[in-house]
Design a protein around this ligand. Structure first.
Ligand code: HEM
Length: 507
């Protein structure tokens, strides 16, 4: 087995007997993404390298152009993600888009895409802004108009929970005051990326074969039951009382009736930010029929929760950390926000259109997604043999069934594409034309990229707008500078938290 890559003339990370790279995940004091991306730094002159997890060979893509080719033009060879959850063990998450493959995904994705167009986001923006605006008022009351110290991951996961509960499940909660509400507690259990669930999540992506063999689950049973019950209740309430609310449940019910349509012409002209420039449409080429039972609608809504809260919270925490330790960047962003507030009727509530116009905000968000990539490693399964030419002219064939990792974070921190890569510098994004669009991929690439990217950007920009309208941020004495990354966390997180002093501003 271990001569697999030698025979193919592909450089590879020397495996530990039997364990392959898996042993490094447990023995090295490194984050899992850094371990998985080791080959990228060892072999700078190849488009792809090899790695073993246990005795199974897999590939790591080094060349962003090759990733883009695989994700767009040659998508037919790489339609799937590597994790296959079991419908019995994980009835809700297995129905979510990220974990859906094959014919079901080909039907599921175009069915859901119209729920994320610009006009749907604009309709949803009111709910989102209301939720954030109210939380901000509560935060001011809590501060008693004096500086207040907060841990931002806790704050933003509460805000994210409230926003997503409102736009995904049609329920309004206030996790800042009602700190133990059931939506927040269940949401925490759903998206837990440390301890046992974090370990299981890692196993599902890094050694998917082992995960399937032992029929492991990721989500706790009571969490599944809670969400299924919440969604079914919301559906019944709407149907019995003819209620319409511009949220995901409404859009998914339209999908059930086959009346969910996208507004292509209007959306094509809209630019939401530097990080979102690609078109992505999936053609349905088979007869699979998506049913949209309650459990499918729950799966979709839960996947927005699962995929959205952790990543958007990470973006917000790292953005605020950088803004707190770089006061001149914070001052410039605040000046842009203040100028925009002058245009608002009440001087405080932003509109969807206004957020799109904030150029410096977009530069700050884009640079945060580069410097601190919330989703640093994605993957594809090869679904049809694929041949390409490597840097040295040899032809390499990736065989059907092989797992392929794509190190998004390593692309973003490679000085070939971003000089002085560890420096946080929003100016890189002043001229979008100067950005290498192959190497800048915080939301992945092509037909299987992040479906929620518009929502993520809208939500992050809206929260930053409210936070910096209301507060000046400084690192608290408890904050570790420079940041230390928590190696034991499956996502990206600071080891000792994000401790900030929020000083209320005059409104
Ligand atoms: C800053 C926030 C976010 C980041 C950085 C992010 C990043 C990503 C990345 C890198 C992927 C994999 C793409 C690939 O394999 O090429 C992905 C997939 C996905 N994301 Fe996000 N995401 C974010 C927020 C969201 C939100 C808010 C939602 C939902 C409302 C969401 C839902 C999904 C789903 C459902 C997929 C799977 C798509 C598919 O397989 O077809 N994400 N995301």
């Amino acid at each position: 087995t271990f001569d697999y890559f030698q025979k193919r003339n592909v450089p590879f990370v020397k495996p530990f007997p039997f364990f392959g790279q898996v042993l490094s995940f447990f023995t090295q004091k490194k984050h899992v993404i850094d371990v998985a991306s080791e080959g990228y730094h060892m072999f700078p002159n190849t488009r792809i390298s090899g790695v073993f997890t246990l005795r199974t060979p897999g590939y790591l893509v080094h060349d962003p152009v090759l990733y883009k080719q695989m994700a767009i033009k040659d998508f037919d060879h790489f339609t799937d993600h590597v994790t296959q959850l079991s419908l019995e063990a994980d009835p809700i998450l297995a129905r979510s888009l990220f974990f859906t493959n094959g014919a079901r995904w080909r039907h599921h994705r175009p069915g859901l895409s119209p729920a994320f167009t610009g006009s749907k986001m604009r309709n949803m923006f009111g709910l989102l802004s209301k939720s954030v605006g109210e939380a901000m008022q509560r935060l001011r009351v809590m501060s008693q108009e004096k500086p207040i110290t907060m841990e931002l991951r806790d704050l933003y996961s509460r805000l994210g929970n409230d926003v997503m509960t409102s736009i995904s499940f049609g329920v309004e909660v206030d996790s800042l005051t009602d700190r133990e509400n059931e939506f927040f507690l269940k949401g925490k259990r759903l998206a837990k990326l440390d301890g046992l669930p974090g370990l299981k999540f890692l196993i599902s992506t890094i050694i998917p074969g082992v995960f399937q063999f032992f029929k492991m689950d990721i989500v706790y049973e009571d969490v599944n039951e809670f969400y299924l019950e919440a969604v079914s209740r919301s559906i019944r309430l709407r149907e019995d009382n003819n209620i319409t609310r511009p949220d995901f449940i409404h859009l998914l019910l339209q999908a059930r009736k086959n009346t969910l349509k996208s507004e292509k012409i209007e959306d094509d002209s809209e630019n939401v930010g530097i990080s979102t420039t690609e078109p992505n449409t999936v053609q349905i080429t088979n007869g699979y029929k998506m049913e949209w039972e309650d459990v499918d609608i729950t799966g979709a809504a839960v996947s927005f929760f699962f995929g959205g809260i952790e990543t958007t919270t990470t973006l917000l925490c790292f953005a605020c950390y950088e803004l707190a330790v770089n006061p001149s960047i914070q001052a410039r962003l605040r000046a842009e926000i203040d100028a925009a507030r002058d245009e608002l009727e009440d001087g405080i509530t932003p509109s969807y259109e206004l957020l799109q116009k904030l150029k410096y905000m977009d530069m700050v968000v884009s640079e945060t997604l580069r410097r601190w990539t919330p989703f640093g490693l994605t993957n594809r399964k090869c679904t049809k043999d694929y041949t390409f030419t490597n840097t040295d002219g040899t032809r390499v064939t990736i065989e059907k069934g092989m797992n392929i990792s794509i190190p998004l974070q390593a692309f973003h921190l490679d000085e070939k594409y971003f000089p002085d890569p560890l420096r946080f510098d929003p100016e890189r994004f002043a001229d979008p034309a100067s950005i290498n669009q192959d190497a800048y991929v915080p939301f992945g690439s092509g037909l299987r990229n992040c479906i929620g990217l518009r929502l993520a950007l809208m939500q992050a920009k809206c929260i930053l707008f409210y936070i910096f309208s209301n507060f000046v941020l400084e690192p608290s004495p408890k904050q570790t500078i420079p940041l230390e990354i928590d190696e034991s966390y499956a996502g990206l997180n600071a080891k000792h938290g994000f401790w900030m002093v929020l000083t209320p501003r005059m409104l």
